[in-house]
Design a protein around this ligand. Sequence first.
Ligand SMILES: [Zn+2]
Length: 767
Amino acid sequence: MRKLLASLLSLGLAAPFAFPADAPPLAGYSADSARAERDWEAKFRAVPDPANLRAYMQRLSARPHHVGSPYDKDNAEWMLARLKEWGLDARIETFDVLFPTPKERVLELLEPTRFTAKLSEPTESVDPTSGQHEEQLPTYNAYSIDGDVTAPLVYVNYGVPADYEMLDRLGVSVKGAIVIARYGGSWRGIKPKVAAEHGAVGCLIYSDPRDDGYAQGEVFPAGAYRNRDGVQRGSVMDMPVYPGDPLTPGVGATKDAKRLDRGQAVTLTKIPVMPISYGDAQPLLAAMRGPVAPPAWRGALPITYRVGPGPARVHLKLAFNWDLKPLYNVIVRIPGAVYPDEWIIRGNHHDAWVNGAEDPVSGTSALLEEARGFATLLRQGWRPKRTIVYCIWDGEEPGLLGSTEWAEAHADELRQKAAVYLNSDTNGRGYLEVEGSHTLERFLNGVARDIQDPESHVSVWRRLQARELANGAQPSAGPARPNGAPPAEARTRPDLRIGALGSGSDYTAFLDHLGIASVNLGFGGEDGGGIYHSIYDDFYWYTHFSDGDFVYGRALAQTAGTAVMRLADADLLPFDFDDFTDTIRRYIEEVQALARDRRNQIIERNRMLDEGVFAAVEDPREPTKPPAREAVPPFLNFAPLENGLAALQRVTEAYDKAAARAAANGGSALANPASAAALREANMRLIAVERALTLKEGLPGRPWFQHQIYAPGFYTGYGVKTLPAVRESIEQGQWSQAEEEIAKVGKVLENAGEAIQSATTELQQVR
Ligand SMILES: [Zn+2]
């Protein structure tokens, strides 16, 4: 903290926080409506109270509250009662989903020594809720299939495709083996998927202390980090194919929805999989022989990491209750006074793996304070122009169940009416982390400029900019710069860049399936820890090691609530296409560079094979196989993407002109009653721009994912792949498919250009 302030001061950024006397104009507002908006927003931001956030967390995380548990339902009903008490129109919407829970879990080492895994997290006496074992879900991975397998063990590092290429070079196969992978490097569901594709019969996933344990910091309860018995529960559903209830892809899991048989559900794993602690993993790993693991594969356990196979042989037996369980989504509606059929949607989940103080209650609590803030404003006479929908989702943890089923059940209405979806999940101390649709990048920069950071007392935007400058100035961050000057962009570009969204929380169905412009918000970066999805993610941990005074909870409520209000109250929706177009240009350049690099790598590797380079460097005592020869790929024709981009650039300029004209003279055109019909039409067309980035046929092999710009990677899971169809075809060496995808995405960019053009034409009528 002290260190950071020093760097802020030296950058001249630590001016005390204050709103400028004449606040900058609000995009999409006339001068009068902007003044009123700033007043209402200031009133709103005074409402969220850390004492309430603390009380909500204490209540919501008091007992385990996973899907199907009594306290999950109890929490939903408690929140419903509070929302109604505040005077809001709230109700619970239920769905019935497949949610397996463990019936039997056995893991034993049979050879060369015997060891039976503990598979449990002990009570810590200082931590009052850690002893609620009766109600805690055992440690397991949801949507693993049942299985009973005995096989030699192979260590596969993170278990991503590149690790199997390395195993191949080491001459090690996982066919018929049980793999042991460490957490990290991909979303966890990727590990059993890739293992099964390579012929493994079972999969263990453990938390290595290098990535999640004592190598990171003091372990719980002395410190915040994962102790030797802590286990990361979690879903292993094949979510890159589709998230949500495995039995009802594409439709809401209502009472009488048509359901697949469990055997037809492709998102269940193909092999049994279970997570374990590093305490349970160590004897298994220590019993392995075979090649010493490559340096990058070695964790922080005090053993020599080897890849096997065997001689360690393990027995893994898993059986689950395959029941349907009810979901309780809490939905609040604040009707819009001017544009009731344009919706601003805000969500955070409430279910947890166990007590879940950080994940998700830190975010849920902030959302509740926002709702209370709006209730307060409504009593004082505030009427949002657009309809605001607040959603407190159930079943996020097992597979984005509550949000996906709700979005699928209401898909037609959402496609027509939803303007923006704003999500949050866990929250902690630190920096504002924003990811989302680039059409909202400028808007979100504006919001971040108006929120005060509770630690540095500059705006959260300033603090973020300072971090970018500070990080960029570190010599290790990249090539040396003349005079050691920091990179210019964070100073010179008007807006800080926001990351793109892949998957990993409840925005997925809104953005990826329905094409609704979406944002994910949260604070973090200062409070590490290792309690994720364990019984120790609870009130004791959160109040000792995270945002214990709840000032960042308040900052989240202020940020998200301000964003919701500013979107809901705007005369003209504040989408912007400059940053969007600029970012699309970068994405296109990235796939062009990817294709060039892949091609050059293949040429160089083939040359090395011809020259006998691999044979010459071979250590005969530790033989490895040379890599395989690949055909040199053709050059790809990127013209359709470049033409699509050019079309976007042309209309963006025209839109900016029309928007500038509407904003001239204090935005009098926006306030002109004679222009109301054209303004309404312009707003509807703006909402349609994000939809134009989708294709009904979806991505190759996964039709549920319709967005063509953002998607989770098929083999990374959470990491976003931008221009996913093009990028993944190139990564997988499918060059002719890549060319087809380039043509398709080029057309999508042109469609988006037409959508922006049509909004522009309407906006030109607003005078
Ligand atoms: Zn969460």
